[in-house]
Design a protein around this ligand. Structure first.
Ligand code: TZP
Ligand code: MG
Length: 211
């Protein structure tokens, strides 16, 4: 469990961007992304499997890693690099036993208590949020804020920690200042499909000072 995370961790969203996961992955990689999560809350498992397969095809030869949101079965079938699980998804211990030691497993937490609890789980990184209000997630948990993020940073030691929720060009540096390993972004990166590559590369250079 010694995962090196890039400072910017994009997640795809086919609804917000209006383009496929594969197209988003292509543009994000062109802008410098090296780790991308595919998140699909509306398509059927079959459609998600098919669109994720296309995205993995794009990412593999370009050396970018793909994490599948929610679906351990799809991650396994596609030999994706890992899975991202929430509090109500399959337990991380079970995902670990299915996917093996080399898979990246990420786990969402929404309170200091949950983040502390995640330290006892076989997960490669802990996600914490929403840090700021977000329009992207339906029925989001309560906003946790930057102060609480600092508390979670202290509580998680050297376990990789990523921040999520409402992160954009105006608050990115304040998030990275807390010492988190990555800022996860959806809307700020993919909501205008014509700007995905440019925004990814802009955020990557803005965050380069934290390397
Ligand atoms: N989990 C907590 S907030 C969130 C998720 C999936 C949505 C983040 O999207 P955005 O557009 O970066 O606020
Ligand atoms: Mg989930």
């Amino acid at each position: 469990m010694n995962l090196e995370l890039p400072r910017i961790y994009p997640i795809t969203d086919a609804r917000i961007s209006g383009i496929s996961h594969a197209e988003q992955v292509e543009r994000l990689i062109a802008g410098g992304a090296s780790l991308i999560q595919l998140r699909e809350k509306y398509a059927s498992p079959r459609d998600f499997y098919e669109s994720a397969a296309e995205a993995v095809e794009i990412a593999k030869p370009r050396g970018a890693r793909i994490i599948i949101n929610d679906r351990v079965d799809i991650a396994l079938a596609l030999k994706a690099d890992g899975v991202h699980l929430g509090q109500d998804d399959m337990p991380p211990e079970m995902a670990r036993s299915i996917l093996g030691d080399s898979a990246i497993i990420g786990f969402s937490t929404h309170s200091v208590e949950q983040a502390r609890g995640a330290m006892n789980l076989p997960v490669d990184y802990i996600a914490y949020g929403p840090i700021f209000p977000t329009q992207t997630k339906e029925d989001p948990d309560e906003v946790v804020g930057l102060e609480s993020l600092c508390e979670v940073r202290d509580a998680t030691g050297d376990r990789p920690l990523v921040a999520i929720g409402g992160i954009n060009e105006n608050n990115l540096l304040s998030v990275l200042d807390t010492g988190v390993d990555s800022a996860v972004m959806i809307g700020a990166l993919v909501s205008d499909p014509a700007k995905i590559e440019g925004r990814m590369s802009e955020f990557a250079s803005l965050s380069a000072v934290y390397r």
